[in-house]
Design a protein around this ligand. Structure first.
Ligand SMILES: CC(C)(COP(=O)(O)OP(=O)(O)OC[C@H]1O[C@@H](n2cnc3c(N)ncnc32)[C@H](O)[C@@H]1OP(=O)(O)O)[C@@H](O)C(=O)NCCC(=O)NCCS
Length: 147
């Protein structure tokens, strides 16, 4: 397994992984034609400089993470916009390895804090808590449908 910066050539594979990963529990989401590809292209535009892929021994991309960095009151803050591992390779420590790699990378960039939003699913929350995240008690994610 290796981790490297994402490249434009990786996007087709990332889009495939995204579709597969979100088609299973706890999401069971289905992307309309072209939307997974559009999603990764849009994230790439804003995050390419700070985003990574995980590859297997034959250099096939099997996971990825998009990370954005922006200024905030006392310095820079990062948002993990997406992290995704191909379901065939989940549960083998790759997601954790990718997150820890990102932590080291962000620490080298003197980032003060990291935010992300996650589905309220116990396994997923445990995954982040075991990586040092806390559920914020003073923020929540809000949604509104637009008709
Ligand atoms: C979340 C995700 C990236 C985790 O990647 P992964 O490679 O499966 O995770 P790991 O194998 O590194 O597991 C890390 C820890 O979380 C636990 N864990 C992660 N996913 C789990 C699952 N589906 N079931 C049980 N435990 C799980 C592992 O047991 C492990 O715990 P440990 O550190 O105490 O051993 C992956 O499940 C995924 O792509 N999910 C779909 C997309 C998603 O939810 N992304 C996050 C959006 S916020």
């Amino acid at each position: 397994m290796s981790i490297r910066k994402i490249q434009k050539e990786d996007l087709a594979r990332c889009s495939e992984i995204l579709e597969k990963a979100y088609s299973t529990e706890p999401y069971n989401e289905e992307f309309n034609e072209g939307m997974a590809s559009l999603y990764v292209q849009q994230k790439y535009k804003c995050c390419f400089d700070n985003s990574f892929v995980v590859c297997d021994e034959s250099d096939q991309v099997i996971g990825f993470a998009f990370v954005s960095i922006s200024a905030w009151t006392d310095g820079l803050q990062a948002v993990i916009e997406e992290v995704c591992v191909d379901p065939l390779f989940q549960g083998k420590g790759l997601g954790k390895a990718l997150i820890l790699y990102i932590h080291d990378y962000l620490s080298s960039k003197k980032i003060k804090s990291i935010m992300l939003w996650a589905k309220n699913d116990k396994k997923l929350i445990d995954f982040y808590v075991s990586s040092g995240y806390q559920v914020a008690d003073d923020f929540c994610v809000m949604f509104k449908e637009v008709k």
